[in-house]
Design a protein around this ligand. Structure first.
Ligand code: NAP
Length: 211
C-alpha cells in the first residue's frame, strides 16, 4: 500500500505551525491521534479494532447530534482512512450523517430492528456488530459517545486515529477518558488549518502498548 500524505508542507490552502503558534495545544489528558500514512506492512493485523474520533482537548465530540465544527480537511482524511473498511456507529451518529458514506460498510447499532440497506447493516447490540461477516481486516469504531464507551469498556481497541480540534466549543457528547499509560503515540502530524476549516487541527495515531 502506498503512503498517503494529503497535507504536505507547501499545500497552498493550508496554514502551518509558524502561523498557528498562538494556537499551540495545551497538554491534554488524552494525547491523540491520527497518522498520515499508517500503512506499514508490519502494522497490519487481522481483524484489528480501531477507533476514529475528532475531539477537542476537553474531549468534546458533538453537540445537538452534530459536529460542533466544520473541518473539510478532516472529513477528507476520515474518508481516506475508512475507505473500503467497515465502520460501527450508533444510530444517532448514523442519522447525523449528511450523506451516505460511499465505499464503506456501515454497521449501525440500534435496539430497533430495521430493514437492511445496501452497505448498511443494522444490528441490535454492539456485540452483534462484531459478528457481522466482513472481508476487511480492520473494524473501525466511529462513535458516538455511547458506542465509544461500550467498545473501550468491553473490547481491546488496538489503535486510535485522533484528530485534535483546537476549539473551545461547548458540547453535549464526549470521548471517554482513557489510561494514557496503556498507549503510545506512533504518529503526529503538524497542526494545520486548511481553506474552509473553522478550526486548526492535528492528526495523530496512538497504538496500544504490547504487554
Ligand atoms: N467527533 C467525532 O469524531 C464524532 C464521531 C461520531 C459521532 N459524533 C457525535 O456524537 C454525537 C452522537 O453520540 P451519542 O452518544 O449521542 O449517540 P450514538 O452513540 O451515535 O448513538 C446512540 C444510539 O445507538 C444505539 N445504541 C448505543 N448503545 C447501544 C447498545 N448497547 N445496544 C443497542 N443499541 C445501542 C441506540 O440507538 P436506538 O436509540 O435506536 O436504540 C442509541 O440511542 C453526535 O453529536 C455526533 O455528531 C462525533
Amino acid at each position: 500500500m502506498h503512503e498517503v500524505h494529503p497535507f504536505k508542507q507547501g499545500q497552498k490552502d493550508c496554514i502551518y505551525p509558524h502561523t498557528l503558534a498562538a494556537m499551540r495545544p495545551k497538554v491534554c489528558g488524552l494525547a491523540l491521534l491520527y497518522q498520515d500514512a499508517y500503512s506499514g506492512p508490519r502494522n497490519r493485523r487481522k481483524h484489528m479494532l480501531s477507533i476514529i474520533v475528532a475531539m477537542t482537548d476537553s474531549r468534546v465530540i458533538g453537540s445537538k447530534n452534530a459536529l460542533p465544527w466544520r473541518i473539510p480537511s478532516d472529513l477528507k482524511r476520515f474518508r481516506q482512512y475508512t475507505m473500503g473498511k467497515s465502520l460501527v456507529m450508533g444510530r444517532r451518529t448514523y442519522e447525523s450523517l449528511p450523506h451516505p458514506l460511499v465505499g464503506r460498510h456501515i454497521i449501525v447499532v440500534s435496539k430497533t430492528a430495521r430493514a437492511q440497506l445496501a452497505d448498511v447493516t443494522f444490528v441490535q447490540s454492539p456485540e452483534d456488530a462484531l459478528r457481522v461477516p466482513r472481508r476487511d481486516t480492520e473494524l473501525i469504531i466511529a462513535g458516538g459517545e455511547t458506542i465509544y464507551r461500550w467498545f473501550l469498556a468491553h473490547q481491546s481497541i488496538e489503535r486510535l486515529y485522533v484528530t485534535r480540534v483546537f476549539a473551545e466549543t461547548q458540547g453535549d457528547t464526549y470521548f471517554p477518558t482513557i489510561t494514557m499509560e496503556e498507549w503510545h503515540r506512533e504518529h503526529r502530524a503538524q497542526i494545520m488549518q486548511c481553506a474552509g476549516d473553522t478550526h486548526p487541527a492535528q492528526f495523530e495515531v496512538w497504538q496500544r502498548n504490547v504487554l
